[in-house]
Design a protein around this ligand. Sequence first.
Ligand code: HXC
Ligand code: NAP
Length: 284
Amino acid sequence: MLAKDSLKNKVVLVTGGGSGLGLAMADRFAELGAGVAICGRNQEKLGKAVDKLSSHGNKVESYQCDVRDYEDVGSMISKICDDFGKLDCLVNNAAGNFFCTSEDLSPNGFKTVVDIVLHGSFNCTQHFGKKCIEAGHSGSVISIVTTYIETGSAFVLPSACAKAGVQALTTSLAYEWAPYGIRLNSIAPGPFPTKGAWTRLVPDGDFEEKFKKRHPMGRFGEPEELAELASFLLSDSASYINGECVTIDGGQQLEGGQFNFVARMMPRNKLKQIFQAMKSKSSS
Ligand code: HXC
Ligand code: NAP
């Protein structure tokens, strides 16, 4: 457990902070004393998250922003600096992903995920870095990647390509911006059951149970476990950690990076039907 007030006087932006792991991280940052800004596309979701986060008594604001839009991201970061007086930390958490056999992927499907994950992370990181450099202010960035950044993973090709790019962005800038006092690290989570991930990546039926049974610890991650790690990496206790990717998956990666081995073993035609049903469900 981090000491109470470990993030006091820091202002943190969490992209996609209105739900899932982003919300869990934002909640822990607020509890540890940070001022918290969250963004996403859905204003209603953000409003509910602000109500929850405000219970810790620190300043919390939400910003409706699509991270794919470079100009909008720039305006949002300027607005956060005006509203909070500064911005110390960025968490690139917003993402898109879905299961699809790659031969059936449309060019726009590939582009959409790469735009959110890779371009979105570039847009936020570059605007954040520019502000820090202009102000002569140190900074810390965490990007949420995945355990398949090095191996790739079947049926999530756009995400695998984009997250590998985000990891390259992290290590490139960790070295380039270290002289400015800007640290960049990443976190590679294993499976954490969130509504966003599970509706898109875990088919109905016994898939989840098989997935869990195969896990070396026999369980999935708790969002609070990830939030604690992210808080540590942003805190001054991690001031010499730069360019690192920390995996938090209960040891699952030791079996190999592919997370959807259950799907690979199914007949491909059946799998295509399942993926089509999941697409209809997640877009309805
Ligand atoms: C095939 C699909 C698809 C699917 C969308 N598309 N869903 N193709 N299978 N299931 C295609 C569409 O047909 C379209 O291409 C293109 O993608 C864009 O779709 P839109 O719905 O118009 O896009 P948009 O409204 O921008 O939504 C983006 C999204 C959506 C990524 C498709 O799912 C979303 O908003 N996701 C955000 C949250 C999220 O994904 N969370 C999960 C993160 S979990 P065409 O050619 O028809 O125009 C995660 C975990 C990783 O990353 C590791 C786990 C262990
Ligand atoms: P989630 O709840 O679906 O989170 C994704 C968030 O990103 C949502 O709040 C969404 O909000 C936001 N978002 C999506 N597109 C956006 C855009 N264009 N602009 C701004 N915000 C956008 O799923 P999650 O499981 O918490 O995922 C969080 C992160 O963890 C992601 O980076 C994911 O890849 C990573 N991860 C998750 C797991 C897991 O098992 N859950 C495993 C490995 C990695 P709006 O829809 O309102 O925009």
